[in-house]
Design a protein around this ligand. Structure first.
Ligand code: NAG
Length: 321
C-alpha cells in the first residue's frame, strides 16, 4: 500500500468525520431540515426516533442516508439535539474545500472537545488552527518525515503484524483482526508522533498490564466518550454530568487524565534529555524544536496526531479485509 497516500487519507478521513459532526451541530437553520421516511412529531420533532436509535446511531444514520436521494438528512426538535448529516461527496467538498470559511467549528463544538483535545489542530480555528496546519503540512512534505513513516510502518509490519498472522495460520487459530489492526495502527502512530513505541502488537502488549496498554485503552475511551457528548438527546446534559462528576463524564475524566499523563511523561522526559532534534524524526521533536511551544501545546499536538492516525487507519484496514 502506498504509505504517503495512507497517511494523507487517514488525516483526511479524520477531518471528514469531524467536520460532519461539526457541521451537523452548528447548523441552526430557520427552515426545518427535511428528513426522509421519518415521521416528525409536533414540537418534539424527531426526538423519539433519536432516543430510540441513539444506541445504534451509526447504523440508523446509514439506513436513513441510504434512503435519501441527496444522501443528506436533518433532524430537529425544540430544545434538544438538532442537526444535519450528509454523506454526499459534493456537500463534503463544498464544506471542506470550496467554502470552508462558511463552516467554522463554532464555540459550542470546541467547548465539547476541549477537555480531550485542548486546542490541538482538530479543535481550533483561525490563527490557532493555521499555524498547526502549516507546521504539520510542512513537516509531512519533507522527505525525511516520509522516510521515517515508511521505516516505522515497515518495522511494524515485518516484525509484528506478519509474524502474528503467520503463527495464527500455522496453528490454525482464529485472530480478532480488528483488535490486531487497532494495535498495529496505534504502535505506528505513536512512534511517528512521539518517537515512543507502545508495543501494543507484541506478546506483552496482548497479555501484560503495561502503561502503554492502559494508554491505548484510555485513548479509545476518551475518544468515544467525548464524541458521546454530541449524541446525548438533550443538549448540554453532559455539562451537568461533568459538574457532578457522574456516569460517562466521570469515566471520561479518568480516561483523559491517563491520556494526558502519558503524553506529558513523554514530553517531560524528552525535555530532560534536551528537545533538540539530534537525529530524532518524530513529530514531537520537530514541533519541540520551536522553543515557543509550551508543554500543554505539545501535549495537544501529540494527542491530536495520535487521534488522526489511530482509529482512522485501523477502521479502514478492517473494512478493507
Ligand atoms: C461561498 O459562500 C459565499 C457566501 O455564502 C458565496 O457568496 C460564494 O459564492 C460561495 N463560494 C462558492 C465557491 O460557492
Amino acid at each position: 500500500m502506498n504509505l504517503s497516500f495512507t497517511l494523507q487519507s487517514l488525516l483526511l478521513g479524520l477531518l471528514f468525520s469531524f467536520l460532519l459532526y461539526l457541521y451537523s451541530k452548528n447548523q441552526r437553520s430557520t427552515k426545518k431540515p427535511t428528513i426522509h421516511g421519518l415521521k416528525s412529531y409536533p414540537v418534539i420533532g424527531h426526538l423519539p426516533h433519536f432516543i430510540r436509535n441513539s444506541h445504534r446511531f451509526l447504523d440508523w444514520m446509514t439506513e436513513i442516508l441510504l434512503q435519501s436521494p441527496t444522501r443528506t438528512m436533518g433532524f430537529y426538535s425544540i430544545g434538544s439535539t438538532s442537526g444535519i448529516l450528509t454523506a454526499n461527496p459534493a456537500n463534503v467538498e463544498y464544506m471542506l474545500k470550496l467554502n470552508s470559511s462558511n463552516y467554522p467549528k463554532g464555540e459550542r463544538t470546541i467547548s465539547m472537545m476541549e477537555d480531550f483535545l485542548g486546542h490541538g489542530i482538530f479543535n481550533s480555528e483561525g490563527d490557532e488552527w493555521k499555524w498547526q496546519r502549516k507546521a504539520a503540512s510542512f513537516e509531512f512534505s519533507k522527505k525525511s518525515m516520509r522516510n521515517f513513516v515508511v521505516e516505522t510502518v515497515h518495522f511494524e509490519i515485518s516484525n509484528r503484524l506478519l509474524p502474528i498472522l503467520n503463527r495464527a495460520a500455522e496453528k490454525g487459530v482464529k485472530v480478532e483482526l480488528q483488535d490486531v489492526l487497532e494495535r498495529f495502527a496505534f504502535d505506528n502512530i505513536c512512534r511517528v508522533v512521539s518517537g515512543e513505541d507502545p508495543a501494543c502488537l507484541t506478546e506483552e502488549g496482548f497479555s501484560g498490564t503495561s502503561s502503554s496498554k492502559e494508554f491505548m485503552a484510555a485513548f479509545s475511551d476518551a475518544q468515544d466518550l467525548s464524541s458521546g457528548r454530541f449524541l446525548e438527546p438533550f443538549e448540554d446534559v453532559w455539562r451537568i454530568k461533568k459538574f457532578l462528576n457522574i456516569g460517562t463524564e466521570n469515566r471520561l475524566k479518568k480516561a483523559i487524565s491517563i491520556v494526558q499523563g502519558y503524553a506529558m511523561n513523554i514530553i517531560r522526559s524528552r525535555m530532560l534529555k534536551g528537545m533538540e532534534l539530534d537525529g530524532r524524526e518524530d513529530m514531537l521533536s520537530r514541533f519541540a524544536s520551536n522553543k515557543d511551544h509550551s508543554e500543554v501545546v505539545l501535549r495537544d499536538v501529540v494527542t491530536s496526531f495520535i487521534l488522526a492516525g489511530r482509529e482512522t487507519t485501523s477502521t479502514t484496514l478492517t473494512w478493507f479485509f
